[in-house]
Write a protein that binds this ligand. Structure first.
Ligand code: IFM
Length: 456
């Protein structure tokens, strides 16, 4: 169905009463207060200091100054009318060395956060690892070291004991592929290493730590729904030549099946392991069973589709296709295809869109507004794509916009704006964009359409 044909009210009415709508952020990208109240250094604090690592030479020292503006930011979230907020805990803020002593001031910040959400009727969705590993653990080998697995499990257990009863969900890792490949193979994200062998060891340790953490939290009786978040795209060959098809199959294997097969089926895909050869990770007895813990939900971060050509990199803009400010193709149908394929191949209990959104060159106008019509169009079409996937049988029960605020977009710095709320980084003034108003109205329409209705 073409969502452009529908009014927003009709689009909203395609979602049931118990659907979860929200917005998402992560600690390093918004918090700031990088050296306050006992917080330890993270690998991203360190990486930002590497000359040339961040496009605009910036860092996360202040970011959106969220730590100092918590109450006002919670009010902003509440004003959107969403039922869910996804945030991450900064591991070095609560456990500066990554193991051993806890930092009470850091823990209290997250208590204020979840309690502030509850007071506003918003469910807390907590991510344990959104990339800001304590630098002290990196010094001991980071995710490439097997000992980090146990440190993560201890951290996860500590956070869940303190906050789990006040959270609707907890996910272990955000986008393990990004940590492994961008951080350890391509070296463009922290910690900036360049070894494929290390990257796949890291990916394996992330998955094992995920599984062991889920086991630990369930043993503890943690009441939150438990899952993991993967960055996934529909991967498609540029043509039906054998070379393009084979390359696309391998890309899909490296990006999707390498994570979904062990998580859902307790095995790594043979064809990818074969292609990796000596770069394949060391798998200890029991690892695969540990990884394959039942997931209450699979979180999916989706922004684009991936097209693969054996001839070399494929550039959507050069093909005349619409792209965002990141150069990522706008392809809502790709999300529908992805969701239907995940449902078919892995039969997850629930699928959640834990991130979807777009960077555009937004400008604060003289009248104090930001008219980000391109983002409104993007969100409308992607939400329509989620509805299409649901109609086709995909068990999607949540959609969270990335992001609440313009923020620190990793190696791109502050130049790429993903927020539905504009941030003036000189003054820290927040201005809800047209997309924020649109999202608020969509949710009002959805509430009106589903009032009195049971879950569908
Ligand atoms: O900003 C990131 C986020 O931290 C993880 N997912 C993708 C977003 C946009 O690049």
């Amino acid at each position: 169905m073409n969502p452009m044909m529908l009014s927003d009210a009709a689009l909203a009415a395609r979602f049931p009463r118990d659907f979860v709508w929200g917005v998402a952020t992560s600690a390093f990208q918004i918090e700031g207060a990088a050296r306050e109240d006992g917080k330890g250094e993270s690998i991203w604090d360190r990486f930002c200091r590497v000359p040339g690592a961040i496009a605009d030479g910036s860092n996360g020292d202040v970011a959106c100054d969220h730590v100092h503006r918590l109450e006002a930011d919670l009010d902003l979230i509440a004003a959107l009318g969403v039922g869910a907020y996804r945030f991450s805990v900064s591991w070095p803020r609560v456990q500066p060395e990554g193991c051993g002593a806890w930092n009470e001031a850091g823990l209290r910040f997250y208590e204020r956060l979840v309690d502030g959400l509850a007071a506003r009727g918003i469910a807390a969705h907590l991510t344990l690892n959104h990339w800001d590993l304590p630098q002290a653990l990196q010094q001991r080998g980071g995710w490439a070291a097997r000992e980090t697995v146990q440190h993560f499990v201890d951290y996860a257990r500590g956070i869940a004991r303190r906050l789990g009863a006040r959270c609707a969900s907890i996910v272990t890792h955000n986008e393990p592929w990004v940590i492994a490949v961008l951080g350890h193979e391509q070296g463009v994200f922290a910690p900036g290493l360049k070894s494929r062998r290390t990257a796949f060891e890291v990916a394996h340790h992330l998955l094992v730590s995920h599984g062991l953490a889920l086991r630990a939290l369930r043993d503890d009786g943690c009441p939150a729904a438990l899952g993991i978040v993967l960055n996934l795209s529909s991967v498609e060959p540029a043509s039906d030549t054998a070379a393009d098809v084979a390359k696309a199959r391998l890309e899909d294997g490296l990006g999707l099946r390498w994570y979904c097969e062990p998580l859902f089926h307790g095995r790594y895909p043979d064809d990818v392991a074969f292609a990796l050869g000596a770069d394949a990770p060391i798998v200890q007895p029991g690892d695969l069973a540990a990884i394959a813990q039942p997931l209450d939900f699979l979180g999916i971060n989706n922004y684009t589709r991936v097209v693969v050509s054996a001839a070399g990199p494929w550039d959507a803009a050069a093909q005349g296709l619409p792209v965002t400010d990141m150069g990522w193709e706008i392809c809502p149908d790709g999300l529908t295809r992805l969701l239907l394929r995940l449902q078919r191949d892995y039969a997850p209990a629930r699928l959640r869109i834990t991130e979807n959104g777009a960077a555009f060159k937004d400008a604060l106008l003289a009248d104090g507004t930001v008219q980000d019509d391109d983002r409104v169009d993007f969100l409308r079409r992607y939400i329509g794509a989620v509805a299409d996937a649901r109609d086709g049988g995909a068990a999607v029960d949540a959609y969270l916009v990335w992001s609440l605020l313009d923020n620190f977009e990793w190696s791109s710095g502050y130049g790429k704006r993903f927020g539905i709320v504009h941030v003036d980084f000189a003054t820290q003034q927040r201005t809800p964009k047209a997309s924020a108003q649109w999202y608020r109205r969509l949710l009002a329409d959805w509430r009106a359409a589903t009032a009195g209705a049971g879950a569908r």
